[in-house]
Structure formats: structure tokens, C-alpha cells
Design a protein. Structure first.
Length: 538
């Protein structure tokens, strides 16, 4: 069959687990032979009037979500997309993103979710790599879609925002397609459900293929650990296209638990507090950089009595920042450490404060296999494999050879040590270690100490090699009051060796972030180089 051949082409470019591992994950009950669309179909049948999505005045119950997904899926087929075809999606946190995911899955169309910050270079690469001929955007005001059409890379651009441009197809037109429940034609449990992107900070992100079986297990296990229910009211303060906000447990987990997802594109402090108040939000997802702003804004104190679960992940959370957030007693903090390639670790809701503040939790599955390699018995590079850990990237054998060993373990590049009871503590990244005259410096160690200063909200240490070959350490800090180099060094030298002390302190209002919300150390170094070049010219 022609349509099945499209999916088979994708699968031929997707690494698979060994037969023995497949059998183990199936017999253990991790993989149940289900597809992602089933969760919406079941919810529409069992809790049809319960609210699933809320964005401002727009509300979809589970019946509405199911119906719109079916209509969109058939609308996409009417546009020429068939079973096993691919689609690149770039949308903000909105109802249409969720409808698009389930609409594609209802017809076996495989979407790739680009982050809102991605531009022409990234979108061009994604369309080219997965063979997508369709791009779905909120709008094409910047002409990215038109440019890709003119280059012959794609055939159509679908936009959510109203537009009279001839090259655009309206999302609303596709939703107008009449559909019935029997029109669903989702792919099988071992077929591809969607594509995601690696969380690396350099180059074009690698493409991560997710099958229904392994991804559903990840979502289902996350729901169990985080104790979600139909009472959960979830707000994500990071892009929903990010794996963290999609499946850990993310909006997919909330929908699986029959809870409610609150969507907003206005994520300023006042707006967030208003949403939490008005919509009874009891679960929020964010990155450490945003938690630092929350603490600076006094948000934890303003949430007194709400018992909000605040999930923090996507990057290393400094212990001192965690303690500052927890100190108010108004939020429950949960660390989420993982990677789009698969492995996810959680601290438990009832873990002691120090465990939540100083560790990144434990792997969520009993079948997760974790090894720490290359340093000591208790610390090293985190390597893992398991029932929701991909065995390789999509159509990228070179990246596979670099990231996966012959036993199927993913080499994360994260330096991790084992704390008590199997909890993991992220020390840093192997590529971030600085070498100063033969002495090794872990930037995170310096940053953690600096974060203990009462005036410091966030801190990042970077190294820049001067023309004479010496390494200059520059500490960038967000502080609530002036902080001089002398003051910073005096504070740090009570805990650190002299060779770890910064040569310069720069106070800034905010730290540059990558598209996935991690501190962008490469951008900080670039800005530092530019600043030094300007000084030299003067």
C-alpha cells in the first residue's frame, strides 16, 4: 500500500531497539500496543464535558478536542498529506498546537515541533531532513514560509492567524472539515508518532523520532510519579514544543489524567499570578532562569496558600536558588532532570527539602539502566538506556556513533554523581570544565557558592582565553544591589581555592537563553569577546 510505504520509509531511517529489548519492554507492560490518539478518544467517550484546554476565553472540553483533531486530520489529508507524510509545526503555546498534534496522529501524519525561536536556517533543515512539504505556522508575517516555498523546499504554508496572502492556507478552513469518529486512522504502536529536537546548545538540533509505545510509557509513568489527576490545572511557562512541557508529564500527561491545560502566551509575573488565581492553577513548569526571576519578583511569597507544584527542569538548578524558592513555604518544588533523548529523573513530592534542593531525583523507571563512566565509582558521565530512551537519531548515523555506544547506551555529556538512595546530582557538563594553568575548574561549583550571597539572584561563570593564552574568568551575575569584584572574590574565597576566583564581575539584568530555556554560555562568551574587542579599539 502506498500510504504504508511512506511510514516504512521513515522507519527504515529510524534506529530500533534490539529484539530482546523489545520483548522485555512489551512483556513487562511498559509497552502496551497503544497509540497516542487513543487517550483523546477515550477521554471524549468517558469524560466528554470535562474541560481539556483553556486559553483566555476559549475553552475546549474533551469532546471538542477530539472532534477538532479529527477535523484537522481530515483537512490535512484534503491538502494532500497522507499516512506517513511529515509536517513541520511552529506554534506558540496555544490551543492550535495541541489540536495539531492529535490531528496529525489521527491520520498517521508525523509532525515535527520546532521551537518558537527557530528561524529560516532551522526550519529549512527540519523540512529537508524529514522530507516535509508542509509548514504550519501561527503566521507568516516574517515571510519564512514564503521563502521556503520559493526555494522549492515546501509546497504549502498553513497559518493560524487570519491572512489574505495567496500562499497561505487558513488553519480554520481545515477545521471546518466534517469528520466522524470512524474517520480516525492513527498509526500503530511501533510506528512513528512525532519528531522532537535534541536539547543541544550548538548547531542545528538533531531530530529525535518518537514511537507511540515508548512515548506513551514515558507519559504514563510521569503521571504516576507526579500524582496527576482530573483535579490537575497545569500551566507551562516554557514552549509546549519542548519535550519537558509535552511529556514530563507535560500537557500530554495532564490530558491522560483528564486534567486541564491552561494556555497563555503572556508569561509576565502579573499575568502568571492572575492566571494562577483565576484558573486555580496547581502545577507550573519552568526553567531555572525563570525561577530566579520569580524569586526576584517575590512570586513565591505571593502564592501563599495555593500549594502550587512548581516543576523546574531543562537545565541545572542551583541548590541555593532552590532553597530560596522553597523558603516561602508556599510552593512545592520538584526537580525534573532529563533529556529529549529519553531519560527522565524526578524528585518525589514528599522528598525532604534538602533532597529536592540538592539533587535531580531518581530515574523514573525500574527498567532504566544508568551508568556513570570515566571518573570514580560514584561520579562520571551519565550514560543510560531504557524503555523510553531512543536507540538513535532520525537518519543521522554520524550523530549516532558519537552519542550512542555499541550496547545502546546514550552518552549524555552530563557529569553526575550518585547521592544517597540512588538520587543523582548533576555536577556539570564535561565540555564546560575550564582549565586554568593545569587546574580544572567546574563553573557550576563557583556559581553554586556565589548563589549563597544574599544579593545574588543568578550567576554564570565563563572562561575566555586571551591572546597570550591565559584563561580569564568572568562572572556574570544578576544581583539586587551593587556587587564589586573585590566583594565577590572575598565572598568566594571563604569556600574556594584562589585559582577558581573570577578576574572580573559583570552585573546584568538577564542571562541570554537558548531556544529551550538553558543559559546560553556560548552567547555569553560571544558578547564578552565583542566587548573586549570594542575596548581594544578604544
Amino acid at each position: 500500500m502506498v500510504e504504508r510505504s511512506n511510514m516504512e520509509r521513515l522507519l527504515s531511517l529510524t534506529p530500533d531497539w534490539p529484539a530482546q529489548a523489545i520483548a522485555k519492554y512489551q512483556t513487562s507492560g511498559c509497552w502496551r500496543g497503544e497509540n497516542l490518539f487513543q487517550m483523546v478518544a477515550d477521554a471524549a467517550r468517558e469524560t466528554p464535558r470535562s474541560v481539556a484546554l483553556r486559553e483566555g476565553d476559549r475553552i475546549l472540553n474533551y469532546t471538542n478536542l477530539h472532534q477538532k483533531a479529527l477535523s484537522l486530520g481530515l483537512g490535512l489529508r484534503a491538502q494532500g498529506l497522507n499516512f506517513g507524510d511529515c509536517l513541520v509545526v511552529q506554534l506558540p503555546n496555544c490551543i492550535e498546537l495541541v489540536v495539531t498534534l492529535f490531528g496529525c496522529i489521527s491520520q498517521g501524519i508525523v509532525p515535527l515541533f520546532a521551537l518558537p525561536a527557530h528561524r529560516h536556517v532551522e526550519l529549512h533543515a527540519y523540512c529537508e531532513r524529514i522530507g516535509a512539504r508542509t509548514l504550519l505556522l501561527h503566521d507568516d508575517d516574517n515571510g519564512l514560509g514564503l521563502q521556503l516555498m520559493q526555494q522549492g523546499l515546501i509546497d504549502r504554508v498553513i497559518t493560524v492567524a487570519r491572512s489574505s496572502r495567496q500562499h497561505e492556507t487558513a488553519f480554520a478552513t481545515l477545521l471546518a472539515t466534517v469528520a466522524e469518529a470512524h474517520d480516525a486512522r492513527p498509526s500503530g504502536a511501533r510506528d512513528l508518532a512525532l519528531f522532537q529536537l535534541s536539547g543541544g546548545t550548538t548547531g542545528i538540533p538533531k531530530i529525535i523520532p518518537r514511537r507511540h509505545d515508548d512515548y506513551l510509557y514515558s507519559v504514563r509513568r510521569s503521571v504516576e510519579i507526579c500524582e496527576l489527576s482530573s483535579e490537575t490545572r497545569y500551566l507551562s511557562l516554557i514552549p509546549l514544543a519542548h519535550n519537558f512541557a509535552m511529556s514530563s508529564p507535560g500537557f500530554l500527561g495532564v490530558l491522560l489524567a483528564r486534567g486541564q491545560v491552561i494556555l497563555s502566551q503572556e508569561l509576565g509575573s502579573a499575568r502568571v499570578l492572575s492566571l494562577i488565581d483565576q484558573q486555580y492553577v496547581n502545577m507550573v513548569t519552568m526553567v531555572p532562569a525563570l525561577l530566579a526571576r520569580w524569586v526576584d519578583w517575590g512570586m513565591p511569597d505571593r502564592l501563599q496558600g495555593r500549594n502550587v507544584l512548581v516543576q523546574v527542569g531543562g537545565a541545572k538548578l542551583h541548590r541555593e536558588l532552590a532553597h530560596k524558592a522553597i523558603a516561602s513555604g508556599s510552593i512545592r518544588l520538584q526537580q525534573v532532570f532529563g533529556m529529549a533523548e529519553g531519560l527522565v529523573c524526578y524528585t518525589a513530592p514528599n522528598d525532604p527539602t534538602e533532597v529536592v534542593a540538592s539533587t535531580q531525583g531518581t530515574p523514573m523507571s525500574e527498567l532504566d539502566e544508568v551508568e556513570l563512566r570515566g571518573q570514580t565509582d560514584t561520579a562520571g558521565e551519565l550514560c543510560a538506556r531504557g524503555p523510553y530512551m531512543i536507540p538513535g537519531y532520525f537518519n543521522d548515523p554520524h550523530a549516532d556513533r558519537q552519542a550512542f555506544d555499541l550496547r545502546g547506551f546514550y552518552r549524555s555529556g552530563d557529569l553526575v554523581r550518585r547521592a544517597h538512595d540512588g538520587y543523582l546530582e548533576v555536577i556539570g557538563r564535561s565540555v564546560e570544565t575550564l582549565n586554568r594553568n593545569g587546574e580544572k575548574i567546574d563553573p557550576h561549583e563557583v556559581e553554586n557558592v556565589m548563589m549563597k550571597h544574599p544579593a545574588v539572584v543568578d550567576a554564570v561563570l565563563v572562561g575566555l582565553t586571551a591572546t597570550d593564552g591565559t584563561l580569564r574568568l568572568v562572572l556574570f551575575a544578576i544581583a539586587t544591589q551593587p556587587l564589586t569584584l573585590v566583594q565577590a572574590r572575598e565572598f568566594l574565597m571563604t569556600s574556594l581555592a584562589n585559582f577558581k576566583l573570577p578576574d572580573e564581575v559583570r552585573l546584568i539584568d538577564s542571562l541570554p537563553l537558548t531556544a529551550v530555556g538553558k543559559v546560553d554560555r556560548n552567547e555569553i562568551r560571544r558578547l564578552l569577546r565583542l566587548s573586549l574587542m570594542q575596548k581594544e579599539r578604544c
